[in-house]
Design a protein around this ligand. Structure first.
Ligand SMILES: Cc1ncc(COP(=O)(O)O)c(C=O)c1O
Length: 431
């Protein structure tokens, strides 16, 4: 089956505000939740539980659920014909909505299945020489560390780990910026950081880091620049920023956490410079030039971009296409309202925990250095015991998968100040 795709989006600028609903032509155009109770009612999360796991895996809000169901039914009824008739249109809707949300060109966005897949594709895609290095912070999640370990093993490049701060209790943005810049050496080609750490909730000042790195890079040849790659998943769907303006070369995120997109969706955004430094790892189905070259028995020419970095193969299209509704859901509520609400709930959680003598809070208090993840422990109890005690009361927290491991609450727009109070009351009772 030839899956044609028009290319007009490849150079189209991001849509002007408000245009997404019209462009999507979806059934969600009139679903703009006005208040937070209304937002909460869009989710199917059980009323029996107080759920603080938005950072793990999404519960789909109604517009996403309905879009998935619509596509699933049509694909089940007549798979090939529905795919042929919808593929181009739906993929364009998703890319338009993503471009609008990221403040980016659709051409610079790859569609993936998860943060982990995006990180693997980016780090495997670099062409590092044995004398070059990956510079990684010791606070990255497994997905970054393992992607880089595998990429370095193939290329022969080395991996150097550095520390971002000496004491989380006193960390400052200035210290974080200085520590990144001073860790860079002439051999550093790729710098791998995580925007919001799932180990502590610390948020890095990525824009300031990128700005400082651009100074370092001014003295380097183009092919030798240190490129900044960010696992952005725990700021994506939380912070009110335009991803493309953060200043990094690659921004990788899953869409199935804070964005509440379909499970099994993610994006890679790359700068022009970033795309110029990588090659695709998995064959794309999104670029007809590559397929035409294959038919002719030739190698394709042209540059790497978001389409070429999108791993091909047939997809669970009902999920990938419903990503447009997830972006639309966020835009309808408003990025700035979502950021303000998440920070408000997270501040309430942090202040409540910090006031308990038997609790140690690890997440920095300032908004500048935190987002929606709040990590803590309780004197004399393991994080597992804390999580188990809360679950007995139907409060769903998680334990961080790191060493040391902490208990973690991750308030999101699905939660209310009353739910935070409920969790705080139970944690207070553990003292
Ligand atoms: C920082 C970070 N990156 C990536 C992941 C994995 O994300 P995904 O499921 O989208 O691969 C996690 C945890 O789920 C994480 O905490």
């Amino acid at each position: 089956m030839e899956l044609n795709r028009r290319n007009f989006l490849r150079t189209a600028p991001a849509l002007a505000g408000g245009a997404v609903s019209a462009a999507c032509g979806s059934s969600t155009a009139n679903s703009s939740p006005a208040g937070w109770d209304e937002v909460r009612s869009e989710f199917g999360v059980s009323d029996e539980v107080v759920d603080f796991t938005a950072m793990l895996i999404a519960s789909h809000p109604r517009p996403v659920r309905e879009a998935i169901e619509r596509h699933r039914r049509a694909l089940d009824e007549n798979p090939a014909v529905y795919l042929e008739s919808e593929l181009n249109r739906q993929e364009e809707r998703v890319l338009e909505a993503a471009a609008q949300y990221l403040g980016a060109r659709a051409d610079d966005i790859a569609l993936t299945d998860s943060t982990t897949m995006g990180l693997g594709l980016v780090y495997q895609g670099f062409h590092l020489q044995p004398e070059q290095e990956f510079l990684v912070s010791e606070h990255n999640y497994y997905s970054t560390r393992e992607s880089i370990r595998l990429a370095a093993a193939r290329s022969g490049a080395s991996v150097r780990t550095f520390s971002l701060y000496s004491d989380i209790a006193n960390v400052t943005a200035g210290e974080l910026v200085d520590n990144v810049v001073s860790a860079v050496r002439p051999a550093t080609r790729v710098i791998a950081l995580t925007w919001v750490h799932s180990s502590t909730g610390l948020k890095l000042p990525v824009e300031r880091i990128a700005e400082a790195l651009s100074e370092v890079n001014r003295r380097r040849d183009e092919s030798d620049r240190a490129l900044l790659c960010v696992d952005g998943v725990h700021g994506f769907g939380v912070e009110d920023v335009e991803t493309a303006n953060l200043g990094c070369d690659f921004f990788v995120a899953g869409c199935h956490k804070w964005l509440f997109g379909p499970r099994g969706t993610g994006i890679i955004w790359g700068s022009r410079r970033g795309w110029g430094a990588v090659s695709p790892v998995i064959p794309t189905f999104r670029d007809n030039a590559v397929r035409r070259a294959w038919i002719r028995g030739e190698d394709p020419d042209g540059e790497t971009n978001g389409a070429r970095m999108s791993p091909g193969g047939f997809k669970p299209y009902e999920h990938q296409w419903a990503l447009a509704e997830a972006f639309e859901f966020h835009q309808n509520i408003g990025k700035s309202r979502i950021a303000a609400r998440t920070h408000e709930l997270s501040r309430q959680t942090k202040e409540g925990l910090a006031a308990m003598p038997h609790v140690t809070l690890y997440t920095p208090m300032p908004d500048e250095l935190s987002a929606g993840i709040v990590c803590f422990d309780v004197n004399g109890k393991s994080q597992r015991e804390v999580v188990a005690s809360l679950r007995k009361k139907q409060i769903i927290a998680t334990a961080t998968p790191y060493q040391p491991s902490y208990a973690r609450l991750t308030p999101s727009i699905r939660n209310s100040p009353e739910e935070i109070e409920t969790a705080l009351r139970e944690i207070r009772a553990l003292g």
